[in-house]
Design a protein around this ligand. Structure first.
Ligand SMILES: [Zn+2]
Length: 367
């Protein structure tokens, strides 16, 4: 009896809301309707781009229909109503999905008005050509501006050292970094592969003023950011059987940390970023693995293989080989994320390297 009355209960309420809709939209429904129009337009653009990437995210955002932009304008003008806050929040998420920071900021302002002074801190966002930063738990735009300088320097270093061409799993889309302020870091930075339209790194910090590393309790956040970017560029094996992709990310992480720490142009920005002084360098790993036999059997073997490859053919050759594999779609994609194999890496290297000596080294290290 009880279950049958529960089962039938949704129908009368549906009829009631439909009747309200006919009688003229109440403000709450208007908010939902306007948010739907904006969110659906953003999702449609992103879906189309994922299926057939064309241009970068800024070009994509310009194709947002005027109707969707007008819906957002009207939503921002609505007075407080029950569903307004939820509608604004959904639009904020959608705005970030297309890196529309102007829309996001306008929504943030309206949410701040609704919440008043007692409200919890709202997220902030900052876009740069290659990435979008989202700051949470009270981080400021000034914090993100400094963080952006560091990340731009890291990406420049990746360009100089490896020359990777595409950062996001969805070509053209900006990489996202979700930076959140915590009292203590309980789970380290990680690559979050689950988002459908972009690649994202989850990045906890403890210092509200600016990025410092290592933290007072010994977390290497600067190296950690360089490391996670290694995962963004390439995972190895498959989700169920990883061929020590942490060795790969460790290799790219220490390589970039070392490169930046040695660079004069990074000296000022890098002053609070001292991971290299605590041994997060390629030189330290080369020394530690002097007698490790290169293999693909375990983490140490993979790391020794990567260091030997680095020394024999150079990091640029490794980057060129992965770019080649990306262009040829010679990788597995799981939820859009690129998974490579060392077998394919060898093929990519042999397809792009000319020098007989370098080719011989590849054949020996990656038989
Ligand atoms: Zn890792």
């Amino acid at each position: 009896m009880a279950s049958s009355s529960r089962a039938s209960s949704p129908f009368p309420s549906l009829v009631v809301s439909a009747a309200l809709g006919l009688a003229g939209a109440a403000p709450a429904q208007e908010a939902t309707r306007l948010a739907d129009a904006y969110v659906e337009a953003v999702t449609k653009l992103n879906e189309e781009h994922r299926r057939k990437p064309r241009g970068n995210e800024e070009e994509l955002a310009k194709r947002l229909p005027r109707k969707a932009a007008r819906s957002l304008e009207r939503l921002l003008e609505l007075d407080e109503a029950g569903e307004l806050e939820a509608a604004l929040r959904r639009c904020s998420t959608a705005a970030l999905d297309l890196a529309l920071v102007g829309d996001f900021d306008a929504l943030r302002l309206r949410l701040a008005e609704l919440a008043g002074e007692e409200g919890a801190p709202l997220d902030v966002a900052l876009a740069r050509p290659r990435f979008l930063l989202i700051g949470q738990n009270g981080l400021s735009v000034a914090y993100l501006t400094h963080f952006a300088e560091v990340l731009d320097a890291i990406l420049d270093a990746y360009d100089e050292v490896f020359g990777f061409e595409e950062w996001s799993k969805v070509p053209g889309k900006k990489l996202r970094v979700r930076v959140h302020l915590e009292e203590r870091i309980t789970s380290p930075p990680h690559f979050a592969p689950q988002f459908p339209f972009h690649s994202e790194i989850d990045f906890p910090v403890v210092d509200p003023d600016e990025l410092r590393s290592p933290t007072s309790d010994g977390k290497f956040l600067f190296y950690g950011l360089c490391h996670e970017l290694g995962h963004v560029i390439a995972m190895w094996g498959s989700p169920s059987h990883d061929t020590d992709h942490h060795a790969w990310a460790h290799y790219t992480g220490v390589t970039i940390t070392e490169h930046l720490t040695g660079s004069r142009s990074f000296a000022e920005l890098g002053e609070p970023l001292r991971d290299a002084q605590y041994g997060r360098t390629l030189a330290k790993e080369r020394e530690a693995h002097r007698t490790t036999e290169p293999s693909l059997d375990d983490r140490d073997g993979v790391l020794a293989t990567l260091i030997a490859l680095h020394d024999a053919v150079g990091a640029k050759a490794v980057g060129t080989a992965l770019n080649h594999l990306d262009r040829e779609e010679e990788h597995r994609r799981v939820n859009g994320v690129r998974y490579h194999s060392f077998e394919k890496l060898a093929e990519g290297l042999l397809a792009t390297l000319r020098s007989p000596k370098a080719r011989r080294a590849v054949s020996e290290l990656l038989p």
